[in-house]
Design a protein around this ligand. Structure first.
Ligand SMILES: Nc1ncnc2c1ncn2[C@@H]1O[C@H](COP(=O)(O)OP(=O)(O)O)[C@@H](O)[C@H]1O
Ligand SMILES: [Mg+2]
Length: 235
């Protein structure tokens, strides 16, 4: 098992944001985390990338992450593409991508991964010298995903990759996410657009009020009456 979480609890001061969460990810799996605003999706990703503390079991490749710093976790192969993208807006596309590889030393492997990002998102190759804050929201999201890939992840954490993005680019981004996964990278993707997420995911968890309310194969959840009603606006 790549990632194993059990009885995981986390919060902000007195306010509990995750309570007794149980979850696992197999190598190479694409798992969607669904749920309404405030359900705890971003908190879960922050806990996995150690940008936030937690109690309970949190293991990556059988090793507890509790005493790891954010930077050490990147070194282990967990790369977080956070909410709001957190790019360097005044730097070029290329600089932002290169910064994703700051812990790595193998130049050839870094160059290969840059090629991989450009083949996933050809528009970024065309715009490699452009300053990031002059790109569209969708293109900036591509840079953010690309930057996370430049860390050479085994596990990629994506926080709402489609938020605020025009439909066509959104479909392109979801297709790229599936391609990344098919290339062997496990992905945990928090997403409000349940329909698109279930379309590309292998499995999904639904968070409600900080706890897992439902879980299963993406195809099963996509045809589940309760999910269809609440999250897909059908029925
Ligand atoms: N920085 C913060 N300080 C205090 N409370 C927060 C903070 N971020 C999130 N929360 C609270 O934690 C809960 C879970 O939030 P979050 O993980 O961001 O949910 P989601 O990503 O599913 O929208 C919510 O009740 C939210 O208000
Ligand atoms: Mg969120």
């Amino acid at each position: 098992m790549l990632l194993k979480i059990d009885q995981l609890t986390a919060g902000y001061g007195q306010a509990i944001a995750l309570e007794k969460v149980q979850l696992h990810i197999q190598p190479g799996e694409l798992v969607a985390i669904l749920g309404p605003n405030g359900a705890g999706k971003s908190t879960l990703l922050k806990v996995i990338s150690r940008s936030m503390n937690s109690q309970g079991l949190l293991e990556f490749n059988g090793q507890s992450l509790h005493n790891y710093s954010t930077e050490q976790v990147v070194g282990l192969g967990i790369c977080h593409c956070p909410e709001g993208r957190r790019l360097f807006p005044e730097l070029s596309v290329m600089k932002n991508l290169q910064l994703g590889a700051y812990l790595r030393t193998n130049r050839q492997a870094i160059a290969d991964d840059l090629e991989r990002v450009f083949s996933l998102f050809p528009i970024l190759a065309e715009r490699e010298h452009q300053i990031v804050n002059t790109l569209s929201g969708g293109q900036q999201q591509m840079v953010a995903i690309g930057r996370a890939l430049m860390g050479d992840p085994q596990l990629l954490l994506l926080d709402e990759p489609s938020v605020g993005i025009a439909h066509r680019l959104k479909m392109e981004i979801f297709a790229a996410i599936r391609t990344i996964c098919d290339g062997g990278v496990a992905i945990v993707m928090a997403e409000q657009d349940a329909q698109s997420a279930l379309h590309i995911a292998d499995r999904a968890y639904v968070l409600e009020h900080g706890s897992v309310a439902q879980e299963g194969k993406a195809s099963a959840l996509a045809s589940d009456d309760r999910i269809r009603k609440i999250y897909l606006g059908v029925g």
